[in-house]
Design a binder for this molecule. Structure first.
Ligand code: AGP
Length: 611
């Protein structure tokens, strides 16, 4: 939550920082602010509640300052007002700070500082930080010393940037939890919560680690630990194409990202499908064959959409590698003292690689001896650095808050992983393996074909945009896709929706069914088809309005459904990747018709770096 930017160099800082915040707006968008160093012992601080456009309207984009820090907020402590927007200041306005995370002991700190006469202007936890730095400087510490000492006094998690008006040639930054990346240019240095805002300026970046304190000047950066001991952080070259992070003619990032799925899945599979049918799947896993054979069980931890991918992963791994898989919400797993016997692999699935709950669950399992694997879309993110092994999804930057291409690429990686584990354990039937590999090869083309279904889904959207509730039903590997379809709709259209295994409907949700309830039915030709059909008959008998997604040529639902869309026939275990896309489009168009803010839905943020 929250995005941080910083700049120190020779370009106008106002426009540059604002552009940076624009790229980070997915992280939080309820208020924003900038502090620009005037060079005359003061800052020009501009803040605004609401979207970034409000800040843009208040800002002088031609401000001559060439250094400053900025922030876009997702409120945790205090309402999203201008007073609570960052940057926060010390009482004399000399120290400014922006913060992503939570200071858990802020009330205690505030009380101590108030007892010393400090006055606070906001309801936030963050304000305690610049006030504390000023307090320590008043007792004789230098800015840098006071910054470090303050870090020693706060508890919780933070990515922080801080400046002093009398020393505007340096930005101090620190990380303990949320990400922070430094970009290195010629005579200029950039700071941001992720790489995307840096890519317009440089591809040379340094990812700060937990416990790092960085001092940025025009000449470069010095990284130390909390105690001030130098630490070496190698600069890395980032290959992302910045254009991939622009809308490219689409109305919303989400729409663009839905349509990018053929390419994204193709990138996921690139170099990972064996050329010769007898070769092993070349997955970048640092585990030996005997390591893989020794795995007795797998625990998957994730949140939201990534958790749904985990449920599909469980299905695939259990089928192909005959290894028991548990899938848990990361926020539950981390606190339930999980039993982790020897031979357990923990897989953290996380698009961003920064989800606090997922990281904590992975750490918990690692501390109890589990081997660790991250399935992640962001190279260099915390999850990739925490895990022993990483499988990148290569979806490219995903900006829309609702996850789309990140999800289907996670499913593609999980299919490859399940096959790879099955190979190591000798549990995959060669003919099935060949069929799945062939199916994976043709997936991008099938996904491309699905884009042609958009007009049909627009029609569904027009017809059902006023519905109060939706029910999504599927069985087997499509049960998680029913959950995902419902989550997509909820997040961006604010319509209540439930996903259920079709066989479970009769145990309760059936009571909801009446002539106003759209029931989205996922019914490919697979082992569950007949059972699903019976369940849908039950829904139709109660006047439910059935919208079917079926395999091409299957007439099974035509008598009872309001409309049926036919999807290409693929192997049943690959249907999750295919059936997710129309559900994304349906949610997208309903949200557009309802006038919702598709890319930045209310109350959400792209990466949830708090508990
Ligand atoms: C997806 O549409 C959601 N915005 C959300 O559920 C997300 O999947 C979840 O917060 C996990 O994020 P991660 O994959 O970055 O860990």
């Amino acid at each position: 939550m929250c995005g941080i930017v910083g700049y120190i160099g020779h370009q106008g800082a106002a426009a540059l920082l604002l552009d940076g915040l624009q790229s980070l707006e997915y992280r939080g968008y309820d208020s924003a602010g900038l502090a620009l160093a005037s060079g005359e012992g003061a800052f020009r601080v501009t803040r605004a509640s609401g979207k970034l456009s409000n800040l843009r309207g208040k800002l002088d984009l031609h401000d001559p300052s060439t250094q400053g820090i900025g922030h876009t907020r997702w409120a945790t402590h205090g309402r999203p007002t201008e007073e609570n927007a960052h940057p926060h200041r010390s009482a004399d306005g000399k120290i400014v700070a922006v913060h992503n995370g939570i200071f858990e002991n802020f009330l205690e700190l505030r009380r101590e500082l108030q007892a010393e006469g400090a006055v606070f202007q906001s309801e936030t936890d963050t304000e305690a930080f610049p006030v504390l730095v000023a307090h320590l400087m008043a007792q004789g510490a230098t800015f840098t010393q006071a910054f470090r000492q303050s870090l020693g006094k706060v508890t919780g998690i933070y990515a922080l940037a801080c400046m002093h008006a009398d020393d505007p040639t340096r930005v101090l930054a620190a990380r303990s939890g949320p990400p922070l990346v430094i970009g290195l240019g010629e005579g200029e240095v950039f700071l941001a919560s992720d790489v995307v805002p840096l890519l317009r300026h440089t591809r040379k970046v340094i990812f700060l680690e937990d416990g790092d304190v960085a001092e940025l000047t025009r000449e470069g950066v010095i990284v130390t630990d909390l105690a001030g001991n130098p630490v070496v952080r190698e600069a890395q070259h980032i290959p992302f194409d910045p254009v991939a992070a622009e809308k490219g003619g689409f109305k919303h990032f989400m729409q663009k990202e839905i349509f990018e799925q053929p390419q994204a899945v193709s990138n996921t599979l690139l170099n990972r499908l064996p050329v010769e049918s007898r070769d092993f799947i070349p997955l970048e896993l640092p585990f030996s064959e005997s390591d893989l054979r020794a795995l007795q069980r797998i625990h998957i931890v994730a949140c939201g959409t990534s958790w749904h991918a985990g449920l599909v992963g469980k299905f695939l791994i259990e089928q192909l590698a005959r290894t028991a898989v548990e899938v848990d919400y990361a926020s539950e797993y981390r606190y339930r003292e999980p039993v982790i016997p020897e031979g357990t692999l923990i897989i953290g699935i996380t698009q961003s690689g920064e989800t606090a709950d997922t990281l904590a669950a992975m750490k918990e399992a690692a501390s109890r001896g589990a081997r660790t694997l991250a399935i992640c879309n962001v190279m260099g993110s915390s999850a990739t650095r925490l895990a022993e092994a990483t499988l990148l999804t290569h979806a490219g930057p995903e900006i829309g808050v609702a996850s789309t291409k990140a999800f289907t690429t996670q499913l593609a990686v999980l299919t490859l992983l399940a096959l790879r584990l099955g190979e190591a354990k000798g549990t995959v039937d060669p003919a099935l393996r060949a069929e799945l590999l062939q199916g994976l090869r043709s997936l991008p083309a099938h996904l491309e074909h699905l884009s042609g279904l958009e007009p049909r889904l627009v029609r569904w959207a027009h017809q059902f945009k006023e519905a109060k509730d939706f029910l999504y039903l599927g069985r087997g590997p499509l049960y998680p896709i029913a959950l995902e379809g419902a989550l997509k709709l909820k997040e961006i259209s604010y319509i209540h929706a439930e996903g259920y295994p079709a066989g479970e409907m009769k145990h309760g949700p059936i009571a909801l069914i009446d002539r106003d309830l759209p029931v989205v039915a996922l019914m490919p030709k697979d082992a569950h088809r007949e059972k699903t059909l019976s369940n849908l008959q039950e829904a139709a008998a109660r006047d439910g309005r059935i919208l079917g997604l079926v395999t091409a040529g299957d007439p099974g639902l035509s008598a009872i459904a309001e409309d049926v869309i036919e999807l290409p026939e693929v192997h049943p275990w690959l249907t999750p990747i295919l059936y997710a896309l129309p559900l994304q489009l349906l949610a997208y168009h309903i949200a557009v018709l309802r006038g919702c803010d598709v890319d930045q839905p209310r109350n959400l943020a792209k990466s949830v770096t708090v508990e």
